[in-house]
Design a protein around this ligand. Structure first.
Ligand code: A3P
Length: 303
């Protein structure tokens, strides 16, 4: 990170306490709420590609994959900058770092953009410009575990409390970016109304090549077998864990304290089994059944 920016950030973070605010009943960092008008009025461009996820669904993984597809598997060019610089995060606003809107506005086309916004809060210009969106969904149990550990180490989000406390908070939807259920269902219902490719983390883990082919087709790219193999290798969990442009190690520890929990934590399907108590699993399955009923949406929690 630029030393001047780092110095300014260090100063700023000393006496800042991050608080949460609300947009249409959904929790967001207060700094996002402060510039909500700018975010909602964001001007998309026709050749943008938007990656949308509920937090911890594998956003960074998808970003690396799509960036490499656009670059025809050119690993060297994909390492040009950290993932959070290459792909502006539309609704993020941590001053003195340029906000996601500012970073995106300053970027040349074609742009790859990221959002965690629920469908109803997506800036309308994305639909007006008929932008291609890749929605990457991950099962709720693993998302919950991943988000719990992320909130422990991410100093820009509230402390999650104990695992037992977090379990209830997550299920209530009273967390940053709102309810997992509403998010995945909202995007699922919208998928035929816009250019949305809806993919699953579990499918990507099962057969990355198959899923990467789907994305290439959606983006109108024809990759060689060699490029496909390179992308598969470069986006493996173990490769990305060691990649400083993808593992967030360039962010200072007063933002992401990776000594508490690494950003590239486990990257597995089914880690929830190491966290959920038997009783929690029963409660979860009951809530899940009610909330997902009739949605036509199915997740796998193990492979
Ligand atoms: P875990 O905490 O379960 O390990 P996001 O980028 O949306 O914040 O998601 C982060 C989650 O995706 C973390 O999950 C992280 O380990 C996982 N992840 C990142 N890169 C991955 C990869 N190449 N393969 C599998 N999982 C990956």
């Amino acid at each position: 990170m630029d030393p001047e920016l780092m110095k300014a950030l260090t100063e700023k973070m000393k006496d800042v306490t991050f608080t949460m605010g609300e947009i249409q009943g959904i929790l967001f960092p207060a700094t996002t709420c402060e510039i909500w008008d700018q975010i909602y009025n964001f001007q998309a461009r026709e050749d943008d590609i938007l990656i949308s996820t509920f937090p911890k669904a594998g956003t960074t993984w998808m970003q690396e994959i799509v960036d490499l597809i656009i670059l025809n598997g050119d690993v060297e060019r994909s390492m040009r900058a950290p993932c959070f610089v290459k792909v502006p995060f539309i609704e993020i606003n941590v001053k003195p770092i340029p906000s996601g809107v500012e970073a995106a506005n300053a970027m040349e086309s074609p742009r790859l953009l990221k959002t965690h916004l629920p469908i109803q809060l997506v800036p309308p210009s994305f639909w007006e410009k008929n932008v291609k969106v890749i929605y990457f969904a991950r099962n709720a149990k693993d998302c919950m575990v991943s988000f719990f550990h992320f909130q422990r180490m991410n100093k820009v989000l509230p402390d999650p409390g104990t695992w037992n406390e977090y379990f209830s908070t997550f299920l209530s939807g009273n967390i940053a970016w709102g309810s997992w259920f509403d998010h995945v269902i909202g995007w699922w219902k919208a998928k035929n109304k816009h250019q949305i490719l809806y993919l699953f983390y579990e499918d990507m883990k099962e057969d990355p090549k198959r899923e990467i082919r789907k994305i290439s087709k959606f983006l109108g790219k024809n990759l060689t077998e060699e490029a496909l193999n390179t992308i598969c290798h470069h986006t493996l969990f173990d490769t990305m864990k060691e990649n400083p442009m993808a593992n967030f190690s360039v962010l200072p520890s007063f933002i992401f304290d990776q000594s508490i929990s690494p950003f590239m934590r486990k990257g597995k399907v089914g880690d929830w089994k190491n966290h959920f108590l038997v009783a929690q699993n029963i409660i979860f399955d009951e809530v899940y059944k009610k909330k997902m009923e009739g949605s036509g949406l199915h997740f796998r929690t193990e492979l």
